[in-house]
Ligand binder design. Structure first.
Ligand code: MN
Length: 237
C-alpha cells in the first residue's frame, strides 16, 4: 500500500477521493481484501504444515491483494469490475496495469479458490461430480494420475486446474505463474498451486510427493458446491 499512499497526495488525492472511494463505498468489488483462512492453519496437517499455510496465506496471498489494489488505485474505473470479469478481459485492460493485474489479480483469484477446496479430509467425490469425473476425466484414479503428472511437468511456477463449464463438463489445464482459466473466460472447479512457496518448507524439491499428499486435504463437499454453482451460472472465482 506504500505506493498508493505515496500517490494520494495533493490534487491526486482530491481526484482519487472523488472517483474511487465512492465506487468502493457503494459495495463495488474493489479494493480487494484478504479474507481470513476458512479454517485454522493447522487444519491441513500433516500433509501441509501450519507454517506453510500461515506464510502462504498471510504473506504471499496478502501481497497479491495489496499489489492488486495498488494497481487499481491508478485505474479507478477498473475497481468497479468484479475480479473474474477483469481477468476475463485481461487483453483489453490498460497496458500500464495489465501485467500487475494479470499477476496479482490472478494470484488473488487462484488463492481464494485454493483455500476453499482444502481443509477437508480427502476421500473421493460423490454424486453428480463423481459421474462427471468418470465421464470427462476417465474416472477418479486416472484423474488423480493425470492431474499429478501435469503438476510435475509444469516447468517453474504455476498451477494445475480442473475447469468446468455451464454444462458441467470438466477438463484439466495447467497454467504458468498466476495465470488462470478465468483469463480464457472459463470457470475453475479446483486447482493446486505448484509454486515452490506452496510446498518447499516441508517437501523441499519433492514436488511429486506434495502433489500426492494434497489429495488428503481436499474438501469434496466444497468442491461439489462449486460444481453445482458452475452449473447454475453463479460460480465466479
Ligand atoms: Mn501460492
Amino acid at each position: 500500500m506504500l505506493s498508493r499512499r505515496h500517490l494520494l497526495t495533493g490534487a491526486t488525492l482530491l481526484a482519487a477521493s472523488a472517483a474511487i472511494p465512492r465506487a468502493w463505498a457503494q459495495g463495488a468489488p474493489g479494493p480487494f481484501k484478504l479474507d481470513p483462512l476458512p479454517y485454522a492453519p493447522s487444519k491441513n496437517e500433516p500433509h501441509i504444515d501450519t507454517q506453510t499455510m500461515e506464510l502462504h496465506h498471510g504473506k504471499h496471498h496478502a501481497a497479491y491483494v495489496n499489489n492488486l489494489n495498488a494497481a487499481l488505485s491508478q485505474n479507478g474505473e477498473l475497481a468497479r469490475m468484479p475480479l473474474h470479469e477483469m481477468l476475463g478481459r485481461i487483453g483489453d485492460l490498460p497496458e500500464s496495469a495489465r501485467s500487475a493485474i494479470r499477476n496479482n489479480g490472478g494470484g488473488h483469484a487462484n488463492h481464494t479458490m485454493f483455500w476453499q477446496v482444502m481443509g477437508g479430509a480427502g476421500g473421493e467425490p460423490s454424486g453428480e461430480l463423481k459421474s462427471a469425473i468418470d465421464r470427462d476425466l476417465g474416472g477418479f484414479q486416472k484423474f488423480q494420475t493425470d492431474f499429478n503428472t501435469a503438476g510435475e511437468k509444469q516447468f517453474g511456477s504455476g498451477w494445475v486446474f480442473v475447469t468446468v463449464n455451464r454444462d458441467g463438463k470438466l477438463a484439466l489445464v495447467a497454467k504458468p505463474n498466476q495465470d488462470t482459466p478465468l483469463m480464457d473466460g472459463q470457470r475453475v472447479l479446483m486447482g493446486n498451486d505448484v509454486w515452490e512457496h506452496a510446498y518447499y518448507l516441508k517437501y523441499q524439491n519433492r514436488r511429486p510427493e506434495y502433489l500426492k499428499a494434497w489429495w488428503n486435504v481436499l474438501d469434496w463437499n466444497k468442491i461439489g458446491e462449486r460444481y453445482a454453482a458452475a452449473k447454475a451460472g453463479t460460480l465466479t472465482i
